[in-house]
Design a protein around this ligand. Structure first.
Ligand SMILES: NC(=O)c1ccc[n+]([C@@H]2O[C@H](COP(=O)([O-])OP(=O)(O)OC[C@H]3O[C@@H](n4cnc5c(N)ncnc54)[C@H](O)[C@@H]3O)[C@@H](O)[C@H]2O)c1
Length: 280
């Protein structure tokens, strides 16, 4: 178990989903966690659940597309607990991720998606780094995706944004390593969150099985899988790791594409009642 006692952390989008798993896991390792989420009711609910479990957490309403909110978020962590050691840039309304290719994405959609996916990470880090420099130590973890490495059709803004997050991670790691600040990215595979379970899998167990078969470890992920990776990256045991983009994907992205395609055809031939989860 990694020890984050006395560390002060912020998790954007930390109320539920991947961020919820990260908030709970950091708190379990001893960190004080500010859950910064646009859904303040859910953020409070998660903070209270952590407190009931002997952890320390607070909640703040934050929209990561607002520079002012992000400044307030950093200030609040400092006011509450006197410093900032950890920033997890996680928030994104993933349900809106797939918006078409260059011909379909409107100029407005481009601007708003890039603001949510990329600008929020730049700005959150920009406001956090001076506080970390004061103590001479800090860890920033940016939640990218396997979509930061590999691309899906008609998902221009998500794929662009998640690749940019990896580039930004490396760039900031180079700039601020000498200040004792490490910057890493996590690239999750498919994580079954509360929202995804409700909207995609609850009524389609055969589709979920089909998805699970694509993972060498035989399962899709849960939010705590990402929380565990984030906790490690923020711990002293990871002190020599920076600028890294870590796939946490049960082996999804290590597979040779042409063999993988054949494997999936065989799966379907053996399971013809499978309901395909996403339409072409
Ligand atoms: N779930 C997956 O399979 C998966 C895979 C790879 C990467 N990711 C990444 O993980 C992150 C979280 O995704 P998720 O699936 O947990 O989503 P989710 O929708 O389950 O949870 C997102 C959380 O962020 C909050 N949020 C949304 N927009 C916000 C904003 N503008 N400001 C502040 N908070 C905001 C929501 O209220 C919610 O609490 C995203 O960056 C996503 O791209 C998810």
């Amino acid at each position: 178990m990694f020890d984050l006692s006395d560390r002060v952390a912020i998790v954007t989008g930390g109320a539920q989903g991947v961020g919820g798993g990260i908030s709970r896991t950091l708190a379990k390792a001893g960190a004080k966690v500010l859950i910064a989420d646009i859904d303040i009711d859910m953020a409070r609910y998660t903070a209270e659940a952590i407190s009931r479990n002997s952890g320390i957490a607070d909640a703040l309403k934050v929209d990561v597309t607002s520079y002012e909110d992000l400044k307030k978020m950093i200030q609040t962590a400092s006011d509450l607990w006197g410093k900032l050691d950890i920033l997890i840039n996680n928030a994104y309304a993933a349900a809106d991720g797939q918006q078409g290719g260059a011909l379909e994405v409107t100029e407005e959609r481009w601007e708003s998606d890039i603001r949510a996916l990329v600008t929020s990470v730049y700005a959150g880090s920009k406001y956090a780094i001076p506080l970390m420099q004061e103590t001479g130590a800090g860890s920033i973890v940016n939640i990218s995706s396997v979509h930061g490495f590999l691309v899906a059709k008609k998902a221009l803004t998500y794929e662009t944004g998640k690749a940019a997050v990896i580039a930004m991670t490396k760039q900031m790691a180079v700039d601020y390593g000498s200040s004792g600040i490490r910057v890493n990215a996590i690239c999750p595979g498919h994580i079954v969150t509360e929202r995804i379970m409700e909207t995609v899998w609850k009524n389609n167990p055969s589709g979920l099985k089909f998805f699970e078969d694509q993972y060498p470890v035989g399962r899709t992920g849960v939010p705590e899988d990402i929380g565990n990776a984030a906790t490690f990256l923020c711990s002293d045991e990871a002190s020599f790791i920076t600028g890294h983009a870590l796939p946490v994907d049960g082996g999804l992205t290590i597979q040779l594409q042409e063999n993988f395609g054949v494997q999936q055809v065989h799966y379907y031939m053996d399971n013809t009642d499978t309901e395909m989860p996403y339409k072409r």
